[in-house]
Design a protein around this ligand. Structure first.
Ligand code: PHE
Length: 345
């Protein structure tokens, strides 16, 4: 049985040896000398426990175990020191980078189809030098109507009935993103090229083709000698960018108070390639935007002289475009939050 003195002596000789160890190789030798399973000095002491009575074994076993743990820890500390690692090196090596991107399990989430379409169109717009701007959904009736040539008594206000805010008679949920026209002209002046997608609201009885909440994508360009054909080029580029194929457009006169002349624009039905189908009601054409040359009143309201500046604006039904792109038959699905629908994109 190892006496207390023997144990102390072993401990001391180990610590002295450890103290004078200068490299990893020597440390490995020391480790073997004390801890090797067959003939380590400490191992042999432990083996001696077998010859003791149970009571003795308990006392000595505890003592030797404590010693083993102590020496082993000292050995480990020395190893860290010799390897030239500091505690902070170890902390760094073992740290978890909480900013590292994680691969989420499939089905975790993704962009809404309206967002994806909007991004596609924004990218085309930016490539043509357009600013992309965001605007307020809760708007004053001045910017939503009056500024774009729809004065308080104008009948066009009836066709764009919307949600009003109690106790705020001059606030409305914007009925179109054209509320941005005069805001942008005032903010940036001319020349200007801007695109402004966004959410709009109307007091609609909802059905498969009508929603009280929907998205539009509009642009305005004001410069010197802007013509109708400049606008046609931009419209075609945006639609071709979204549908990833060449798109034909056609125009028919239509009244909008904020443009003159104003048109209603159609594109070839991409579901039947213009041959005629249920969606385009056999015409081969789909109505998807309103457009025209910016009305002089609007330019003036934006602080510009209509004799000096000309421009165009067109607004597309973004929800409508998304429905056409993905063959969605009911517009209400876009706002439904229904996972069975959303997971298909
Ligand atoms: N703001 C119109 C609408 O919501 C669309 C439009 C925009 C028409 C720009 C002409 C010019 O119906």
């Amino acid at each position: 049985m190892a006496s207390q003195i023997e144990v102390e002596a072993l401990k001391q000789s180990f610590q002295e040896a450890l103290e004078s160890t200068r490299d990893i190789a020597a440390l490995d030798v020391l480790e073997q000398e004390y801890f090797s399973r067959a003939s380590g000095k400490l191992t042999l002491l432990m083996k001696g426990l077998g010859a003791l009575t149970p009571d003795e074994r308990k006392v000595h076993g505890q003592m030797l175990n404590a010693l083993k743990n102590e020496l082993f820890e000292e050995l480990g500390n020395k190893r860290v020191m010799l390897e030239g690692k500091t505690m902070s090196d170890i902390a760094i090596a073992e740290a978890i980078d909480v900013t590292q991107p994680v691969e989420f399990p499939p089905g975790f989430g993704h962009m809404h189809p309206v967002t994806r379409a909007r991004w596609d169109m924004e990218e085309v717009a930016r490539s043509m030098g357009f600013l992309v701007e965001d605007g307020p959904e809760l708007e004053t009736d001045y910017y939503n109507f009056t500024a774009v040539n729809i004065p308080p008594t104008h009948p066009a206000r009836d066709s764009m009935d919307t949600f009003y805010v109690k106790d705020h008679p001059h606030w409305v949920m914007r009925t179109h993103v054209s509320n941005m026209q005069v805001r942008l002209l005032k903010k940036y002046g001319a020349p200007i090229r801007a695109a402004y997608p966004g959410r709009c609201f109307r007091n609609e009885a909802t059905d498969a083709r009508h929603e009280h909440t929907f998205y539009q994508f509009e642009t305005i360009v004001v410069d010197r000698q802007i013509t109708f054909s400049d606008m046609v080029g931009v419209i075609k580029a945006l639609l071709s960018g979204l549908f990833k194929k060449d798109v034909k457009v056609r125009f028919r006169p239509k009244f909008y108070p904020f443009v003159e002349p104003g048109v209603n624009g159609e594109m070839t039905c991409m579901l039947c390639d213009g041959r005629g189908c249920k969606v385009c009601k056999g015409t081969g054409w789909l109505e998807i935007f309103g457009a025209g040359l910016v009305h002089p009143h609007v330019l003036r309201e934006g602080g510009l002289n209509p004799r000096e500046w000309t421009g165009f604006a067109f607004g597309m039904g973004l929800s409508r475009l998304v429905m056409l792109k993905y063959g969605i038959e009911d517009t209400r699905l876009l706002q439904s939050g229904d996972m069975r629908f959303l997971e298909q994109f």
